[in-house]
Design a protein. Sequence first.
Lengths: 442, 213
Amino acid sequence: MTDQRFSDERYQLTDEKAALALDVLRQRLNRQLEASLEVCVRCGLCAESCHYYVANPKPEHVPAYRAEQLRKVYRHLFDPMGKAAPGWVGAAELDQEMIDKLMMAAFGTCTMCGRCVLNCPMGVDTRQIIRTARAMLTAIDMTPEGLKATVNVHLQDGNNMGVGEEDYVETVQWMEEELQAELDDPNVKIPFNKKGARVVYTFNPREVKYFPYLIQAAAKVFNAASEDWTLSTESWDATNYGLFNGDDSAARQIAANLEGAVNHLGAETLVMAECGHGYRSQRWEGENWVGHRYPFRVMSFVELQALYIKEKRFKLDPSVNNERVTYHDPCNQARSGGIIDEPRYVLRHVTTDFVEMTPHGAENFCCGGGGGMLSMSEFSKERIAAGKVKADQITATGAKIVVTSCHNCLDQLDEIKRHYKLPVKIQNLSELTAAAIIWEKK
Amino acid sequence: MTFLEITHIFALIGLATGLVGILARINEILHRPYKQDLARPRGNVRRGVVYAFTLGMAPWEKESTREHWVAYIRGILFHVGIFTAFAVLLASPWLDLLPAWVKWIGLAITGAGAVFGFAGIAMRLRGPNERVLSLPDDYFSVFLTSLFITLAFIVLLVPAWLPLFYIVTGVMGAYIPISKIRHCVYFFYSKFFFGSGFGRRGVIGQAKSEYSE
């Protein structure tokens, strides 16, 4: 491999690896993928929809260019003209040079945010094409190290940061005590493994390890709403990096673990923590991965907060959040999940000065932290450079607080803030909701 | 048999070849597995599909087409020109019977379509991204189709050019399934999947939610 970041032997293509990667393409070629591979007319209108391109406008950053790398392989394999006149129709063999290009296109410069999909006049699903390329590379052990390790740790330890059950339980209990002390209310509880609870709640392991105050915020919301809720010790990690490495069998296993935990507790609703890809994985992809419908409903904590406010389950004092606030839509939650109005509904009730970014909602720009990018340190430089688009969006709002509802976004926004020296605070939605709740002892 | 009749048959053979190729392509995609979505819908799938094929194609609906409205409108008019050229092809044995106002409308549309078709080649050559993205087949396909529209325009004025129109039609017809022109088949699949996917998730084409302002 010419790129020194991938000089390790496992990134060298062999005949066996090439055959295996092509098999993956053959297996995954369904109607949706074929339509997307065939329909692109290479008009290039998708260019400015990509934050990588806007930050660094070069042809390699045009979404159609990235997808074209896999198309070349596809044409060589499936198109008679690809064999007869490869130069004429842009067909190419899967050789080392093509692997290098696929690595950069699929892992290095695409967060699979889907903004180009929404902006394509032909309806090309570049997300699906890129995820297929990632699946091919993962099948031949060419996943970047950090992403590979994240999935492996999750499969091995039950969560992606290898948090042990004792640490998990102790951290939650500590937060329960803190919350009881803060509210001067011993009735506040964070229940574990409560059979028959209506709601099972999940966490991103980062909350347990680095941001335990978010556990406290969620617990305050649930207790204020008098929700019948519980945590599980069997499976509690909301994340699923199988979405990012393209490995459906790993994604299936992770989704099934969470499904099993909810089924064993007999809950009617699984609530995903404020984790964009975790929500998308379990809500939209999980049932397709496991191959059946869950016997329970899956929803985001963002949706639940909006529902509680609509049902007036607690009183709010928005004046405690009186600084100017803007909201960053996580791609996996808004564009790939339809959760657009709910966070705004919450913010209008828990803050006094909410302003929108331009653009926002389904058309919002990716912050650069999606697609598992934060786990792939090989591409940090490109990731931070692409974050310039988001930095400019934030600056234009004049906001003091940037709210989001996704941990990868939270981390990327924090890096953007430091790198571009933005005078803002980055917070999760539930932090603001929890702060605005007027506590009433039950 | 006259030269005109020979070229007429050539056009029919070319179009028939193209049709067989297109049917083979449709047969191929229909034999691929269809990925059923098991996730519970959040939005209305039908509304998403209708949006994808109607309002979703309006130039103001997407950021990309708002920013590149010249390129987008050019493309739209080019395609309107193609459809009109096919209408001219269908009417070609009876061109003398067409009312003058129909001919004038046909001339306006095919004239614009031809200009915008060739302009597409120029835009591909001028744009740095488009130049990198474009394949030889892209240039040839747009050229061939633009030539087809140009000849439709010419035969409306000078029916003596019909033989050349038929020859180009035959070549283009046979070329459709093996070139990028076949996107005309996949467009309907792609737009359907786009509309149903984003519609199901409540992202496009939906009524206002209970949380919207």
